[in-house]
Design a protein around this ligand. Structure first.
Ligand code: FES
Ligand SMILES: [Fe+2]
Length: 342
C-alpha cells in the first residue's frame, strides 16, 4: 500500500485539522509548518491575521519557510517577493508592468478557530461543527487551559500513518511497550466515548498515591477543563490530544507522507494555565519531566510500529481484538465511511 494514495489525499482535503494553538501564533511573523503528502502547509501571523497557506511562493514556487516553527519574515529568497497584512510585495515591480499584478495571491487554505485552537482545511466537505459532532464546547474549553508551547518534537516515523495512528488509539500495548513510562500511571480500562468519527478515552489512574499527588498539584493550576486521570481525544483523521489531569496537553499529528511506510509525526507539549499566584518556576520541572516522558513514550511507540508492515492494514476489523482495541474498530469503520461516501 502506498501512503500517497487517494484515500489519504481525500482525508486531508475534505476534513478540518487542528494544527495549532493561538499561543504559537500570537505575534506578527510567528509561523508553524507541517509536511503533508509531499506538500507543506504553514500557519502564519501576517501582521494583521493568522492565515494558512501552501508553502510556495506565488511567483515561481520557491519554498518560503524551512523551519518547523518560529518567528520569521515572509520573504522569498529567490527574487525577493514578500508578504504582509494580506498583500504580496513584488520586487522590482516596474519590470512586471506587463502582468496583472492585482491577481497575485497566495494559495490559502481555510482556517477556523474553536476557542484558541486553529483548524485548517483545504476544501472541507462539511462544517467544522458537523465534523466535531458535539465536541466543539469541550474543545473550546480545553483550548483555554493551555498557555504556551513547551516542547516541539518531530520526525519521519517509519511506519504507515494508519498503523501509527491505530497504535495511539489502543492501550492494549501499554504494559508490553511502555513498562517504565506510561504503564507507571497504572491506567485503568476506563471508558470510550464516540462523537461521530472522533473518540475519547478517559482512564482514571489506578495508583492511589499518584492520584493524591496529582490532586495536590491541581491547586497550582487554573484549568477550565480537567479530567482526573488520563484523557486522550482522537480527532479524525490525523490528530490526537492527550493529557494527564490537564496539567499539560500533548497534541500529536500522524500526517500521511508521500513516501510509502512513512508518517510525518509531530508532537507538541503545551503547558497548562497556572493560577495567578503560582510561580512558573514551581511547575517548570514537572512540565519538563512530562515532556521527557512523552518523548520516551513516542520513541517506544515508533520502535514497535516499525515492525508492522503497511500491508497488514485494512478497513476491516482485525480478526481478533481486545476490548481495549475498540477505538481502532471505530476508526476503521469511520475511515471506510469517509473514503467511500460520494
Ligand atoms: S520564486 Fe519567489 S520571488 Fe521568485
Ligand atoms: Fe503507545
Amino acid at each position: 500500500m502506498n501512503s500517497f494514495d487517494d484515500a489519504s489525499v481525500r482525508l486531508w482535503n475534505e476534513n478540518w485539522h487542528l494544527l495549532a494553538h493561538r499561543s504559537e501564533l500570537a505575534e506578527a511573523r510567528d509561523f508553524v509548518r507541517f509536511d503533508i503528502l509531499g506538500r507543506e502547509v504553514v500557519l502564519y501571523h501576517d501582521g494583521a491575521s493568522v492565515i494558512a497557506f501552501d508553502n510556495r511562493c506565488p511567483h515561481r514556487g520557491a519554498r518560503i519557510f524551512d523551519g518547523d516553527a518560529g518567528r520569521e519574515r515572509f520573504l522569498c529568497r529567490y527574487h525577493g517577493w514578500s508578504y504582509a497584512k494580506g498583500r504580496v510585495f513584488v520586487a522590482d515591480k516596474a519590470s512586471l508592468t506587463h502582468c496583472s499584478l492585482d491577481q497575485i495571491s497566495l494559495k490559502t487554505l481555510q482556517i477556523a478557530w474553536v476557542g484558541d485552537y486553529a483548524f485548517v482545511s483545504p476544501a472541507p466537505a462539511r462544517s467544522l461543527e458537523e465534523q466535531m459532532s458535539g465536541l466543539v464546547p469541550m474543545l473550546e474549553t480545553m483550548s483555554y487551559g493551555i498557555t504556551a508551547r513547551w516542547d516541539f518534537n518531530r520526525y519521519l516515523y517509519e511506519s504507515d500513518w494508519r498503523i501509527a495512528l491505530e497504535n495511539a488509539l489502543e492501550p492494549y500495548h501499554v504494559s508490553a511497550i511502555h513498562p517504565e513510562t506510561l504503564a507507571t500511571l497504572k491506567l485503568t480500562p476506563g471508558e470510550n466515548q464516540y462523537f461521530g468519527y472522533n473518540s475519547i478515552w478517559s482512564s482514571p489512574l489506578g495508583d492511589e498515591r499518584m492520584v493524591r499527588r496529582m490532586r495536590s498539584l491541581s491547586r497550582l493550576f487554573d484549568l477550565p477543563h480537567q479530567f482526573e486521570g488520563y484523557e486522550s481525544l482522537y480527532l479524525f483523521p490525523f490528530t490526537m490530544i492527550s493529557s494527564t489531569f490537564g496539567f499539560s496537553q500533548s497534541i500529536q499529528h500522524f500526517l500521511p507522507s508521500s513516501i510509502a511506510e512513512r508518517t510525518h509525526f509531530t508532537s507538541r507539549l503545551f503547558a497548562g494555565r497556572l493560577r495567578a499566584s503560582t510561580k512558573p518556576e514551581l511547575v517548570a520541572p514537572f512540565i519538563s519531566s512530562s515532556a521527557a516522558m512523552n518523548r520516551a513514550v513516542f520513541e517506544e511507540d515508533h520502535s514497535i510500529c516499525q515492525r508492522v508492515p503497511a500491508d497488514t492494514w485494512s478497513m476491516d476489523p482485525p480478526r481478533f481484538w481486545s476490548a481495549s482495541e475498540e477505538k481502532l474498530i471505530h476508526f476503521r469503520r469511520s475511515y471506510r465511511e469517509a473514503v467511500s461516501t460520494a
